[in-house]
Design a protein around this ligand. Structure first.
Ligand SMILES: Cc1cc2nc3c(=O)[nH]c(=O)nc-3n(C[C@H](O)[C@H](O)[C@H](O)COP(=O)(O)OP(=O)(O)OC[C@H]3O[C@@H](n4cnc5c(N)ncnc54)[C@H](O)[C@@H]3O)c2cc1C
Length: 387
């Protein structure tokens, strides 16, 4: 009889990759582990801003997930999750039918609701998946003057620093190309200050950065419709543009919503320390989870890969301890950091403990070459350590 516990990890992005790799490393053959991912590749989003301005090529930010099977003996199922039965402990997939589980780790990230805003799909560009980033890169290359609008459609979205990074990197790119004087930058967001999750002091430093580079900032503007060369906002204001970058609206993937796993936030509520959902043995990590921050600057923790990574380590550790009856359990601390690439070979960084009491303990380091080199090392770690 097979007494091995079955663990299903849904989603082979940052959270799912770390969870499945660590579980396999710890439990080897003593576990029935499957990683279900609809893409054949692992793509590394923190490098997309570099890709957008030609500093990376597609093959530098992508790995074939088959490497996990070959090198780490992880069973990777290239399939689409259709539904999750939390009571019956079953996941239904498109190609392989029903998959039973003892433990489930949901790391499905967000879906992009590009149809939620009229005109978004036709006119907006973004870098929130690899194919879209490659498409935007083509537009960036041929653009030769006019107004570039960079903005955020809805909150929450992954990597709160990314759209700021996009505007600063584009500013540097067109400077180097010698046509910056022919371009006007307009930044729009429904937020009141930049990167509100890290507090107003850091937000004002980011604002200074934008101003110092001639990027106009328009807060508290929620886009309602996108025309061929004009944005309309709920306030009635309008903004003309020639090239548009806009963060797409994010939502939890349909299977987790239909499983009844989400709450009024639209995301999966979890225990902040263990990442367990309301259902025993079912965990949610990374972007698909919502973690309240009662003492934070925003009601919920921002969505970021470093959090998905740290949460995956805790879940893998605790599942291995529970399955083997050996080892200590751990609690997630809310520690994280985020780079803000500003061009000119420099990066700023935000780091700290986002769940610290009585207030989040977060520091901002002004742009420098050292942080840029650290981001390069961060990318190398991701593209090599896990494959
Ligand atoms: C431009 C950009 C820059 C960023 N920069 C940084 C940074 O510098 N630092 C940082 O920490 N974070 C950064 N992030 C955020 C980071 O990439 C995400 O927070 C992180 O990827 C979340 O990990 P995850 O595992 O929760 O979800 P994801 O990495 O999104 O993985 C989810 C996976 O689930 C799969 N999936 C979804 N639905 C299904 C289904 N039904 N069936 C099968 N598979 C499915 C998807 O294909 C995907 O591979 C950035 C993001 C972007 C877009």
């Amino acid at each position: 009889m097979n007494n091995k516990k079955t663990v299903l990890v849904l989603g082979g992005g940052i959270g799912g990759l770390v969870t499945s790799s660590l579980l396999k490393e710890k439990l080897k053959e003593d576990i029935d582990l499957q990683l279900v991912e609809r893409k054949k590749t692992f793509d590394f989003p923190p490098s997309y801003p570099w890709l957008m301005v030609g500093m990376r090529r597609k093959e530098q930010v992508q790995k074939n997930l088959d490497l996990l099977r070959k090198k780490k003996k992880i069973q990777v199922l290239n399939d689409e999750v259709l539904s999750i039965d939390v009571e019956g402990k079953l996941v239904l997939t498109k190609g392989s039918g029903k998959l039973p589980f003892d433990y489930l780790v949901i790391a499905l990230g967000p879906e992009y609701s590009t149809t939620a805003i009229p005109g978004f799909s036709e006119h907006a560009r973004h870098i929130y998946d690899l194919e879209s980033a490659l498409k935007f890169k083509e537009d960036v290359e041929v653009f030769n003057g006019g107004t570039i609008a960079v903005g955020i459609s809805r909150t929450p979205f992954k990597c709160p620093a990314a759209p700021y990074e996009v505007s600063l990197l584009l500013d540097d790119y067109y400077h180097k190309k010698g046509i910056r004087n022919k371009i006007k930058f307009e930044f729009f967001t429904p937020e009141a200050i930049p990167v509100p999750a890290v507090g107003p002091d850091i937000g004002s430093k980011v604002l200074e950065l934008l101003k110092s580079r001639g990027i106009n900032y328009h807060p508290k503007l929620k886009v309602s419709e996108i025309g061929a060369n004009e944005l309309s906002f709920e306030s009635g204001e309008k903004l003309s543009y020639d090239l548009l970058f806009c963060v797409p609206p994010h939502a939890a993937p349909r299977p987790v919503v239909e499983a009844g796993l989400t709450d009024e936030t639209g995301w999966i509520p979890v225990n902040a320390k263990t990442l367990e959902t309301a259902h025993t043995g079912i965990y949610a990590i990374g972007d698909v989870a919502s973690i309240p921050t009662p003492k934070g600057y925003t009601p919920f923790l921002p969505k970021a890969g470093v959090f998905a990574h740290g949460q995956a380590e805790v879940v893998a550790n605790n599942l291995a301890a529970e399955i083997t009856g050996r080892g200590k359990t751990r609690e997630w601390s809310g520690e994280g950091s985020c780079f803000l690439e500003v061009g000119k070979g420099q990066s700023a960084i935000v780091k700290g403990f986002f769940l610290a009491e009585p207030r989040p303990d977060i520091e901002f380091h002004m742009p420098g070459k050292v942080w840029h080199l650290e981001k390069v090392a961060f990318e190398k770690y991701w593209m090599h350590h896990w494959f």
